[in-house]
Design a protein around this ligand. Sequence first.
Ligand SMILES: Nc1ncnc2c1ncn2[C@@H]1O[C@H](COP(=O)(O)OP(=O)(O)OP(=O)(O)O)[C@@H](O)[C@H]1O
Ligand SMILES: [Mg+2]
Length: 204
Amino acid sequence: MHGELEALEDGVRRLDAQALRSLQGEVATLHKLVDDLHELSLADVGALSYRKTDLDLRTLIDGTAGAFRERINGSGLALQLELPDQPLPAFGDERRLRQLFSNLLENSCRYTEAGGALRISARREGAHAVIDVQDSAPGVTPEQLPRLFERFFRAEASRSRRSGGAGLGLSICQRIVQAHEGRIEARPSPLGGLWLRVELPSHG
Ligand SMILES: Nc1ncnc2c1ncn2[C@@H]1O[C@H](COP(=O)(O)OP(=O)(O)OP(=O)(O)O)[C@@H](O)[C@H]1O
Ligand SMILES: [Mg+2]
């Protein structure tokens, strides 16, 4: 952003619609970085407040997948959504849980080759709701799997380098899951990419 502004100041570049779009993009990236860092530091000192209510994970996941439908199509992915017939009750913070699933879907859109697949499934298993988000290639190496939840960790795939995130999304997901007394795990997916499993307590 600094470089772009300098080029504009020096008249090397013209301040046109394209330059503005590019700057808007840079500002959006910075904004997200600051928000994510802020959120993680609040979580570190235990100051992140969660407003939990009774909610239905089936509706929440369906809604989040719906919000991503265009993005998923745009990434050239075929979506398979497998939701239970019954509601999936949980006690949680709706906004944070949306953020959790949005981060996972965002990653699948960013880090899956076009022509691939994205499978989202949710079901009840005993006292837990189990939500699986799986995608096709590329995945990460077995050594990288346990490191995915570390702050600023990004796998070295050229695709992830190009698509400039900060490497904070999954750390935030882990925080959100922990605040709901749940678990999140990354594994290789039989679809060829990554498999993120989220388990949350489900009552009722
Ligand atoms: N579905 C996926 N398929 C393949 N690789 C993935 C997938 N999700 C995450 N990764 C890898 O894990 C890394 C960490 O993901 P994370 O969401 O924490 O950060 P990010 O997407 O790089 O940046 P941010 O989410 O902060 O914008 C990514 O850079 C990517 O290399
Ligand atoms: Mg991410």
